[in-house]
Design a binder for this molecule. Structure first.
Ligand code: ACM
Length: 263
């Protein structure tokens, strides 16, 4: 199975242009699953929550992603601002050639996102796309081991992780750990560039990466340039949870003990 990330610099508010840039960037390569950044079509720094948010799957961004998945016979995981029931969510979709396959609304909101978005209210989503089972996280979710674990316990072989990271090096480390502790592949697609729409300069830190279930980094991007990588992986590697002959990481879990401590 071929999986890839797209790292680029979305231009704020230029939804059509950003969608076209993604189409251009993935067109030379054949991937089975592409991961795009968080809020890839709109940009990140909203002044108001309603600005540029769209219904899913009816909105133009999801529709264009589905058309692209159809054209390229692939699946695409991507972050977008979703408008639903009077709320706006920092959401992610997984689409394939015939439509929406899974949706997720970011559960852990980062910094001023708390002023803009409603916290996610949907369960952590895993979908079978044929060649692999794929789970969705968005950016700051990477710091919550429970989120990746919830996906892995539902059978995810791969975690697609659209991101707009601003703290260099942090998620690159945690997502290696999330991969190792769950024996899953992870694909983090981060953006580059900067935004200063609301009086605060945010610099996005690139360094997108693909990690194997043993924690090896299979592909990684530079911090400050567009980058598209697609590599071959074997999702079956994520179905063997053994660390040693006597240690299956999932069979060795002791949930009764965790429940006594964790809320
Ligand atoms: C983030 O969650 N966008 C850092």
């Amino acid at each position: 199975m071929r999986v890839g990330y797209v790292q680029f610099a979305p231009e704020f508010g230029e939804v059509e242009r950003n969608l076209e840039r993604v189409a251009e960037l993935i067109s030379p390569d054949q991937g089975d699953l592409w991961v795009l950044p968080e809020l890839f079509a709109t940009g990140y720094q909203f002044a108001s929550a309603q600005e540029l948010a769209e219904p899913v799957p009816e909105g133009p961004t999801t529709a264009r992603l589905i058309a692209l998945a159809h054209e390229k016979s692939c699946h695409i995981a991507a972050g977008l601002a979703e408008k639903a029931d009077g709320h706006v969510y920092n959401a992610a979709v997984l689409v394939g050639p015939s439509g929406l396959v899974a949706r997720y609304r970011k559960v852990h909101l980062f910094y001023k996102e708390k002023h803009l978005f409603a916290p996610g209210d949907l369960p952590f989503a895993v979908a079978d796309i044929g060649k692999a089972k794929v789970g969705l996280l968005v950016c700051y979710d990477h710091l919550f081991p429970e989120a990746a674990r919830a996906l892995a316990l539902q059978g995810a072989d791969l975690i697609a992780h659209p991101a707009n990271l601003v703290m260099p090096g942090l998620a690159q480390l945690t997502m290696r750990v999330r991969a190792m502790e769950n024996r899953v592949f992870t694909v983090t697609a981060n953006r580059i560039g900067s935004e200063a729409r609301t009086g605060e300069m945010l610099r996005f830190t690139g360094l997108s990466q693909i990690v194997a279930p043993n924690g090896d980094v299979l592909a990684h991007a530079p911090p400050d340039a567009e980058d598209v990588r697609v590599i071959e992986i074997d999702p079956a590697q994520a179905r063997d949870k053994h660390l040693t002959q006597l240690n299956d990481l999932f069979a060795d879990r002791r949930p009764d003990f965790y429940r006594r401590l964790l809320g």
